[in-house]
Design a protein around this ligand. Structure first.
Ligand code: COA
Length: 278
């Protein structure tokens, strides 16, 4: 096919408050070019505060989730422009992964196929991750003579047990979706034909939770990893107090429905959001 325009490198649709965003360069196995990186930032920025969206799912068109960075357009062609070209391309890629790591709404990676190298950036940026059992995950950088950059080494080190991460990075052998689940890269691996239904189910469960509490929870989970116990304890107090500033009724309503109305049990599910005072 003729070359895609920048706009065509990402597609999305919103169905019942879930935004299904796709890497959309299937003929290039959805590898990330500067064009795709710019367009992805535009798309996720547009969806972040769209009231019709409660959860964002990131998936890929065709046989790949993402074959990592585009060796031609992201590496070779930007390197030819000198250091400025390289740094510029890096900033464009890292910008949308960072935006996604601290996204206002819950995010789910739905890994439908190949997931390589730079793809670990957005994989980690998503709060939750589900994979097809036959997806393939790889830090292939060693196979073409570089180290896993763009955060990929950090992702493996954070998500995987040390020995598995080291082997994964040094040998450049792929893991199946099932093995990726065992190694901690994804929450769950499922047969390909069950993947979308499972992700939809999780997305719907997230839509039932208080959105402010979800944002505070996911940020806290990322932040406390770098803190001492004392700092984390203190941060969590401050974070809850900040949460009260945005939504001071949530916990009162949650307590009321449990203690007074006895209409639900927090141990078994979420309180009815629709009854909460705005
Ligand atoms: N960068 C640039 N081009 C890529 C690419 C990448 N990361 N991944 C795939 N492509 C291109 C191929 O060059 C090919 O282009 P062409 O049709 O113009 O020849 C096209 O996408 C299809 O790829 P192909 O290799 O034929 O598909 P496949 O299904 O047989 O294999 C992969 C899929 C993902 C195993 C293989 O493409 C691959 O190894 N890609 C590189 C993965 C990688 O190392 N990524 C890490 C980058 S940090």
């Amino acid at each position: 096919m003729s070359e895609r325009t920048e706009e065509e490198t990402v597609s999305y649709e919103i169905v019942d408050r879930v935004a299904w965003v796709k890497f959309n360069r299937p003929e290039k196995r959805n590898c990330m070019s500067p064009k795709l990186n710019r367009q992805m930032l535009r798309v996720i920025e547009k969806l972040e505060f769209d009231d019709n969206v409660g959860v964002l799912v990131l998936t890929g068109e065709g046989t790949a989730w993402s074959a990592g960075m585009d060796l031609k357009e992201y590496f070779r062609e930007t390197e030819a422009l000198g250091l400025q070209g390289t740094r510029h391309a890096q900033r464009e890629a890292y910008a949308w992964w960072k935006r996604l790591r601290w996204y206002q709404k819950p995010t789910i990676a739905m890994v439908n196929g190949w997931c390589f190298g730079g793809g670990y950036g957005p994989l980690f940026a998503c709060d939750l991750a589900y994979a097809s059992e036959d997806a393939q995950f790889g830090l292939s950088e060693i196979n073409w003579g570089i180290l896993p950059g763009g955060g990929a080494t950090k992702v493996a080190q954070v998500l995987m047990p040390f020995r598995k991460a080291m082997y994964h990075a040094m040998l450049g052998e792929n893991l199946t979706g099932r093995e990726a689940e065992e190694a901690g890269l994804v929450n769950e691996a499922l047969p390909a034909d069950k993947l979308k239904a499972r992700v939809g189910e999780v997305a719907n469960k997230l839509l039932e939770k208080n959105p402010w509490a979800l944002k505070a929870t996911k940020d806290a989970m990322r932040r406390v990893g770098e803190m001492t116990y004392e700092n984390a304890e203190d941060y969590l107090i401050r974070a809850q107090e900040a949460l009260n500033f945005f939504d001071n009724e949530a916990r009162k309503e949650g307590m009321r429905q449990f203690l007074d109305d006895k209409t639900y049990k927090p141990g078994l599910g979420a309180y009815d959001l629709s009854k909460q005072k705005k």
